[in-house]
Each structure stands twice: as structure tokens, then as C-alpha cells.
Design a protein around this ligand. Structure first.
Ligand code: SAM
Ligand code: SF4
Length: 352
């Protein structure tokens, strides 16, 4: 029997995790997300002779009037929490570009029933906002950091900023936003030579460093399977260098396989959605900055919640609508299969 107060899909998965994108804009141009820089284009052209011929997505930035307001976002989260959502993560685009983001954090932190309120950021704009975010009730931050050298950082993100991001990570630790996680997307021929150095950095600074496989969500549609460094390869390299011990997963829906160092300082996570999909335990849905519900990162259909919010739908009607949408959640993704169709929007618009 299913519980009518929960968000449950047709596969029996109970949804607990809501990712909320609060802007599609970004101050970085990461090679795996918005590869608009010359360095990104040279990388793709230079390393791989046979780029896929599907047309690049030209990002269509969401018009301001279509962005959900803080009131609208808070309302959706309240309703989702009343239907069993427990974890909320703010993301983007770059969430720190949204003005007064700390006011939104305070609104969300005040919703009873949320056990985890986190943010994913590139970290560049974090320092001036950090204390306000902490005071508003943000509990955890994940930073993106794919390289430890200035040159490669610039090549990957499209801008100077390594020192700023390193300082932000340190500041988050000082403010007790524990555990501070760092996400590194590994791409063959780009930053795979830095795998051991990134793990050493995690150990030295007592961080949780998560290596993520490159997914076909870049706006250039330049992804090729050969560019993916499979999680098992990352792990083999790390085991050859470090004494790592497996850490039991907190929950079956955990995306990362975790490993710890013997003295307990620092942790490694391997997130392998391409080579070892975890769709069967996925308990996430996404709300885009323009108010669309996405039931999978790779959904080709989005469900328009904004128009309902703005047409005066009641809480009850929206809750019923959410339940019906979630029921349709995709069983799994089809990356790497002949029938794979990439989503029409790229990662910065979807919200990673
Ligand atoms: N701008 C913020 C940031 O970079 O942390 C938040 C949004 S970003 C889209 C969220 C996460 O998605 C980041 O950790 C980023 O590395 C990851 N990401 C972006 N494009 C990706 C791709 N094609 N494959 C795998 N991860 C990707
Ligand atoms: Fe911006 Fe994050 Fe995408 Fe990089 S990964 S371009 S920081 S949204």
C-alpha cells in the first residue's frame, strides 16, 4: 500500500531530496558545463577527432520575470516537505549570483521537517556572503574544484580564481559548515593527472573530495564516452597510492561510494553515474530557476509548476499535481545507449 502523504514514483521510490536551482546564470564557464571559452573549444577539438554532430545548445537565459521569487520557492519547498522531502540543496547556475540569497536560506531554514539544507557553489563569491549564509541557517556547502594548478583551473573554469576558491573552502571549514565537500569532475586528458593530488589535498585539509564522472550535460554536446574516467579507474589509482578503507553508506540513495584514510582525516567519494548508474535508488527531484519540475537529470520533459503557482492554484491542487508528476519519474537514464537523447537544457540551466 502506498502512503498518500509521500511523493512516490511508479517504481516505488520515495522521494526525499529536492534540488532547487535559483538561477541559470554563472560567473564561470566550465568546460564540462558551459564550454564557451576558446580553451574549452580547443580542448574538445584538439583531443577528439570525432565530435558528435548533435547541435550545441545555445543557452537561452531565463528572463527575469520567469525566475521564481523567494516567496514562490519557499512555498514549493514547504509543500514538498509536507510530502516527505527532507533534504534541500540550493544550486544553479551559480547560486551566489542570486541577490540576497541569504534571505532565501533563512526562509527555507525556518521550514520544519528539513533535516539537511545545503548549497553547491563554485565558491568564487562565497567569502562576503559566508557568515550571513551560516547565520541564516545554511548547514553545509559543496564547492566545485577540478584542479589545483592555476593554469588548469583557468582552462577548466574559464577564469582566474583558484586562490579565491581555496580561501572559500578554508573559510567554510572555519565557520563549521561541516562536512565541507569538494566536487571534482574528472575528464580524460584534462585533469585526470590531478586525481592523486586532489585526494592528497582532501587528506591534508580534512575534506570530503568527491570525484564525479563527466556526464553528457555540457551545452556544447561535446561529451564522448572516451572522455569519461570511470569511477573504478579513479579508485584503482587511489588505492595504488593511498591506504583507503571503505565507509558504509548512510542510505541506499547515497550517490557516492566513500573511502576514508586510516587516521580519519579527509574522505574520498566516487560518484559514477555513467559507469555504475544508481537510478534504482534515486530519491531526487529538481526545481529549475524558472519553475519547472524535473524528475531526472536526464529528463527530456519538464513539468511546468510556475504557471500553476501564478494562476492561483491552491496548496492542495499543487500537492496533488506534484504527486502525479513524481509518479512519472523515469526508471533510469540511458547514457551511452543508442537510444540516449540528451536533455534539451544543459547542466547550468537544469541545476546540478
Ligand atoms: N555553479 C555551482 C558549482 O559549479 O558548484 C553549482 C551548479 S553546478 C551545475 C553543480 C555541479 O554540477 C558541480 O559540482 C559541477 O561540477 C557539476 N557538473 C556540471 N556539469 C557537469 C557534467 N557535465 N558532468 C558532471 N558534473 C557536472
Ligand atoms: Fe557555472 Fe557550476 Fe556550470 Fe561551472 S559547473 S559553469 S560554476 S554552473
Amino acid at each position: 500500500m502506498t502512503d498518500a502523504r509521500l511523493l512516490i514514483d511508479s517504481q516505488g521510490r520515495v522521494l526525499r531530496d529536492l534540488r532547487v536551482s535559483i538561477t541559470d546564470r554563472c560567473n564561470f564557464r566550465c568546460l564540462y558545463c558551459l564550454p564557451e571559452t576558446e580553451a574549452a573549444q580547443n580542448f574538445y577539438r584538439g583531443h577528439w577527432a570525432h565530435l558528435p554532430n548533435s547541435a550545441p545548445i545555445v543557452p537561452q537565459w531565463v528572463p527575469k520575470a520567469h525566475l521564481l521569487s523567494f516567496e514562490e520557492i519557499e512555498r514549493v519547498i514547504r509543500l514538498a516537505v509536507s510530502l516527505g522531502i527532507q533534504k534541500v540543496r540550493l544550486t544553479g547556475g551559480e547560486p551566489l549570483l542570486r541577490q540576497n540569497v541569504e534571505d532565501l536560506v533563512a526562509r527555507i531554514a525556518g521550514i520544519p521537517g528539513i533535516t539537511d539544507l545545503a548549497m553547491t557553489t563554485n565558491g568564487f563569491l562565497f567569502p562576503p556572503k559566508a557568515s550571513a549564509l551560516r547565520a541564516a541557517g545554511l548547514r553545509r556547502v559543496s564547492f566545485s574544484l577540478d584542479s589545483l594548478t592555476g593554469d588548469n583551473f583557468r582552462k577548466i573554469t574559464g577564469r582566474e580564481g583558484l586562490d579565491e576558491v581555496l580561501a572559500s573552502i578554508k573559510l567554510a571549514q572555519t565557520l563549521g559548515l561541516h562536512p565541507v565537500k569538494v566536487n571534482a569532475v574528472v575528464i580524460r586528458g584534462l585533469n585526470d593527472h590531478e586525481i592523486e593530488a586532489l585526494a592528497g589535498f582532501a587528506r591534508e585539509h580534512d575534506l570530503s573530495l568527491r570525484f564525479i564522472e563527466f556526464m553528457p550535460l555540457d551545452s556544447a554536446r561535446a561529451w564522448l564516452k572516451e572522455m569519461v574516467v570511470p569511477g573504478h579507474e579513479v579508485l584503482a589509482r587511489l588505492l595504488a597510492r593511498f591506504d583507503l578503507r571503505p565507509v558504509a553508506a548512510d542510505h541506499p540513495s547515497a550517490t557516492a561510494k566513500r573511502w576514508s584514510f586510516p587516521d580519519g582525516r579527509g574522505e574520498i567519494g566516487i560518484i559514477a553515474p555513467v559507469s555504475e548508474p544508481f537510478c534504482g535508488h534515486c530519491n531526487r527531484i529538481r526545481l529549475t530557476a524558472d519553475g519547472k519540475i524535473r524528475t531526472c537529470l536526464f529528463s527530456v520533459t519538464e513539468h511546468d509548476l510556475r504557471s500553476q503557482l501564478r494562476a492561483g492554484a491552491s496548496d492542495e491542487a499543487i500537492s496533488e499535481w506534484l504527486k502525479a508528476v513524481v509518479w512519472q519519474k523515469e526508471a533510469r537514464h540511458h547514457i551511452g545507449e543508442p537510444d540516449f537523447v540528451p536533455p534539451p537544457r544543459s547542466m547550468s540551466c537544469i541545476g546540478g
